[in-house]
Design a binder for this molecule. Structure first.
Ligand SMILES: [Zn+2]
Length: 154
């Protein structure tokens, strides 16, 4: 398997594990920011620091101040000494329009996602900004995983 594809697969799987940290009952999303083959940030959808770890109100509606996973990963870099310039974002669900704006402005050059969100306007905006966008869906991940295991057992 192509080395880059192997890394993409691993990082996306790690983003999937990271998503499990989310308290959201509706949809758990995980994001990793990778630069020069180093994870420089991570995020999952959730409320801002210091707020209750509950994403939905009593009617099951997502609270308006919940941050998406990619927004949390990007803002975490803003608080650090690192920079997201030229980084790759791995995310379990395709970014929405609001997050796509943040991705563009933070200098991220490549986005790899797993599940397609029902709206693709975020993806379209990223492409318009010249950002490389790639999808590795669950089927493809399974295929690659089987391929990897087969080559390891040889
Ligand atoms: Zn979003």
């Amino acid at each position: 398997m192509d080395k880059q594809l192997q890394f993409d697969l691993s990082y996306l799987q790690m983003a999937g594990i990271w998503a499990k940290n989310s308290y959201s009952k509706r949809l758990q999303v995980g994001a990793l920011l990778v630069k020069d083959r180093m994870i420089i940030s991570d995020g999952y959808n959730g409320t801002p620091s210091g707020f209750e770890n509950v994403c939905e109100d009593e009617n099951g509606v997502t609270k308006p101040y919940v941050l998406h996973a990619e927004a949390n990963a990007i803002t975490k870099v803003a608080k650090s000494n690192n920079s997201s310039e030229g980084a790759t974002l791995y995310i379990t669900a395709s970014p929405c329009m609001e997050c796509a704006k943040l991705i563009i402005q933070s200098g991220i050059r490549r986005v790899v996602y797993r599940d397609a969100y029902r709206l693709d306007d975020g993806i379209k905006l990223l492409q318009r900004a010249g950002i490389t966008v790639e999808q590795l869906d669950s089927e493809k991940i399974k295929e690659l995983e089987a391929e990897r295991q087969a080559s390891e057992s040889k």
